[in-house]
Design a protein. Structure first.
Length: 475
């Protein structure tokens, strides 16, 4: 590129990165493509050069500070672009960020990057991991504490103002570094404590706090996308959410034995409606409550679109879980039945996965409650999808044709009998991709209440009854 076509320092860019002894190939590939694009177009990096700063014993914070000092002292560019050595970027990333930036109004513009958070132990020495967008707001988090809050629903393909972002792929004007140094000293990336929690803030977000404190705006362009190389522990729990099941084709009666908790109706029905158009919810009420309580519960479910079922004429009032689902079976026409409590959340595709696993062969299909270890291992299920014709002709319990659940159970172990009987008959299958999440206190997803307490009071008796019936019917 001829010298007279090279950009001035106001359009030149210095690329900076902190490295160890190795770098990801995705970063190497991206740098080659980025520099090639630059040479073929404006030569911004050709003028600004690059700063490679090794993170030694003094760590990442000092390496970033040293890179900034070198940039301010020696660079012929007004812009510095951080690209971490585990990032992947498109060849035109620099051009797109610079196009969105402005020395005064938008002196800091980041690309859309993701970090990884280790959520829960996987039981095998690893962790279940979750991708988190590095798009942050500084908010009051409760109890008078302030902190960084992830903007989960960031606007797509948009230049959006933020309070903070990481330095993984970030364009910064030299005026930002100069103003921060003038106010705080040359400590751009020194970690600062959150004064309300006492915890140290990371070096990149500490820089954002300093810039924000003197009114320097920061932006993220969510249309400038990147990749971030992070190690994760892949297991079955990661596989099934990615599997695409064939669409469900048969209608399903969702049987919900209800005992109090009118507040469950709206979130239950919202997630059900959002997940499939083939399911019809039946809230099955019993006589356990006062007339006023019963009216409140019935009104809540009816208002959200559920069909209300009561005890049938000529039959004893349905009180227990088993009695209620049996009443639901007798009063509904759909070819499939799903047995659930009111404390569940339906994930998209749950019915597709369950019916795809069932095919023509299996009549009792377990759904994934995302909590119980027996369930997540595929051994058992608490929320079951059952083919109506199987109940009609064989019976889902050990009680014979036309019986869905054995009615001497109060609440617990209804599912154990149904699963065990189906396994004995060779008609059981597990659909781990069918996620009907159980929002239960045992998994830390709900507070304990009197309904859970009532169910637990009968657990030992129900267990004894199941063990007795297993002895009688096991083979």
């Amino acid at each position: 590129m001829p010298a007279d076509e090279l950009p001035g320092r106001d359009q030149a860019v210095t690329v900076a990165y902190v490295h160890a002894n190795q770098a990801a190939y995705s970063w190497h590939h991206s740098m080659v493509e980025l520099i090639g694009h630059d040479l073929a177009n404006h030569g911004r990096i050709l003028v600004g050069g690059y700063i490679a700063m090794r993170a030694g014993t003094d760590g990442l914070t000092q390496a970033r500070n040293k890179a900034v000092r070198e940039f301010l002292d020696d660079s012929k560019a007004d812009w510095l672009m951080w690209i971490d050595t585990d990032m992947g970027v498109a060849p035109d990333t620099l051009e797109r960020l610079l196009e969105a930036a402005d020395p005064t109004d938008r002196p800091m513009v980041g690309a859309l990057c993701f970090t990884q958070h280790e959520e829960d132990p996987d039981g095998l020495g690893g962790w279940r991991c979750r991708a988190i967008p590095t798009v942050y707001d500084w908010l009051k988090l409760g109890d008078g504490q302030m902190g960084w809050a992830v903007r989960w629903n960031y606007p797509v393909n948009t230049l959006t103002r933020v309070a903070g972002t990481g330095a993984a792929c970030l364009l910064v004007h030299r005026g930002v570094f100069e103003r921060v140094a003038e106010r705080f000293g040359p400590v751009w990336y020194e970690r600062v404590p959150n004064t309300t929690t006492g915890q140290l803030v990371g070096e990149d977000l500490s820089f954002c706090l300093r810039a924000g404190a003197i009114g320097i705006p920061m932006y993220v362009h969510t249309g400038v996308r990147t990749s971030h190389l992070k190690p994760i522990w892949l297991g079955e729990a990661d596989y099934w959410p990615q599997v695409r099941a064939e669409p469900a084709t048969e209608e399903t009666a969702v049987l919900v034995p209800v005992l109090g908790r009118p507040e469950h109706a709206e979130p239950f029905m919202t997630s059900l409606r959002a997940s499939t158009g083939l399911a019809r919810a039946y809230a099955i009420l019993g006589p356990e409550e006062t007339a006023e309580q019963s009216q409140a519960v019935e009104a809540a479910w009816k208002q959200t679109g559920a069909i209300i079922l009561h005890s049938e004429e000529g039959r004893p009032a349905a009180v227990t879980f088993a009695e209620k689902v049996n009443a639901g079976y007798r009063q509904t026409p759909e070819p499939w039945l799903l047995l659930v409590g009111s404390d569940v959340r339906f994930h998209p595709g749950w019915l597709d996965h369950a019916q795809a696993v069932a095919g023509d062969r299996y009549h009792v299909v377990g759904t994934n409650d995302l909590g119980n270890p027996r369930v997540t291992s595929g051994e058992h299920a608490t929320h079951l999808l059952i083919r109506r014709s199987y109940v009609d002709e064989v019976g889902a319990s050990w009680d014979g044709p036309g019986v869905l659940a054995h009615e001497s159970y109060r609440h617990w172990f209804v599912d154990d009998e149904l699963v065990t009987a189906a396994k004995q008959r060779g008609v059981w299958a597990m659909a781990l991709g069918s996620m009907v999440e159980h929002l239960h206190p045992a998994w830390g997803k709900a507070p304990m209440d009197e309904v859970y307490t009532l169910g637990m009071q009968h657990a030992d008796i129900d267990r004894e009854r199941f063990e007795q019936r297993l002895t009688e019917h096991g083979r």
